[in-house]
Design a protein around this ligand. Structure first.
Ligand code: C2E
Ligand code: MG
Ligand code: MG
Ligand code: MG
Length: 268
């Protein structure tokens, strides 16, 4: 068919591209409106101590409640928010809202907030200090999560920025570790408090002994660097038991329920 009518194929391609551009423009405008109208909310995922089985922290996960399309997961809009310049504002909303909610929890669990690379600006520590002060949340209850992608651009600059955050008393976690290719040297040179093992490692456990060896090695690495180690994507009792045995500090995953509004998370 393509051979028969190449001109038609090209026209189809151009139209498809134009559609994609229009769709992106529309989504960007909708994102902007959503911010103004308060269509975002946070759900929470528990972080459980492998030793005590208690909830010791919760991670804030962003959701877009689209009036027509329903809840949209972050994978479908974070990149667009970053490219369209909306991410700094959206990220600030998450930070303020997460601190505000956490300050109202009955317990003293820590609160983890994901940072976009677009938020890693030199005066981030001021915005964080403001959010904490406004919420009345002690800095030592806040943990900020960064990813390899945020570091790889300029590791030294990122390290300085993270130092300023730690100076105000918040802790820093490296998210999704073990998915990318970050070198051990790069990891060692960052001022970190916590290493989060990517959920793909847990999922790989079924495929054979390789994943187990990797998980063991990464837990040992994290501990030898003096970091708290948290495993993501924990879905079974067996995985939890393995993590406890291997010295992993905390576990996070569907085993403890899906990410939920705080009333349910607090009850669980
Ligand atoms: P993440 O920070 O690694 O968050 C964990 C993701 O794994 C969440 O997906 C969570 O729902 C999912 N998950 C939890 N337990 C399990 C499990 O047992 N098995 C599996 N397979 N997955 C599990 P979610 O909520 O769709 O978020 C995806 C990513 O979007 C997050 O990954 C994070 O990188 C990003 N994100 C979420 N909220 C924010 C935010 O407020 N700001 C920024 N910059 N990024 C965010
Ligand atoms: Mg995270
Ligand atoms: Mg992760
Ligand atoms: Mg992630």
């Amino acid at each position: 068919l393509a051979k028969a009518n190449p001109a038609r194929r090209i026209r189809f391609y151009e139209e498809a591209t134009e559609d994609a551009v229009r769709e992106r423009r529309r989504m960007t405008q909708e994102l902007r409106d959503a911010l103004a109208r308060g269509q975002f909310r946070l759900v929470w995922q528990s972080q459980v101590s492998t030793q005590s089985g208690r909830i010791v922290g919760r991670e804030a996960l962003l959701r877009w409640e689209h009036p027509v399309r329903g809840p949209i997961p972050p994978a479908d809009f974070i990149a667009l928010a970053e490219e369209s310049g909306l991410m700094p504002r959206l990220g600030e909303w998450v930070l303020i809202e997460a601190c505000r909610q956490a300050a109202q929890w009955p317990g003293r669990e820590h609160v983890s907030v994901n940072l976009s690379v677009m938020q890693l600006v030199p005066d981030l520590h001021r915005a964080v200090a403001d959010a904490l002060a406004e919420a009345g949340l002690p800095p030592d209850r806040l943990e900020l999560e960064i990813t390899e992608a945020s570091v790889s651009r300029d590791p030294e600059r990122t390290a300085r920025l993270l130092e300023k955050l730690r100076a105000i008393g918040v802790s820093i976690a490296m998210d999704d570790y073990g998915r990318g290719s970050m070198s051990l040297t790069a990891l060692r040179e960052l001022p970190l408090d916590c290493l989060k093992l990517d959920h793909t490692l847990m999922q790989g456990l079924e495929d054979g002994p390789q994943a187990l060896a990797t998980i063991r090695a990464l837990i040992a690495l994290g501990k030898s660097l003096g970091l708290k180690v948290v495993a993501e994507g924990v879905e079974t009792r067996e995985q939890l038991e393995l993590l406890r045995r291997e010295g992993c500090d905390e576990a996070q995953g569907f085993l403890f329920g899906p990410p939920a509004e705080i009333s349910r998370a607090a009850a669980g």
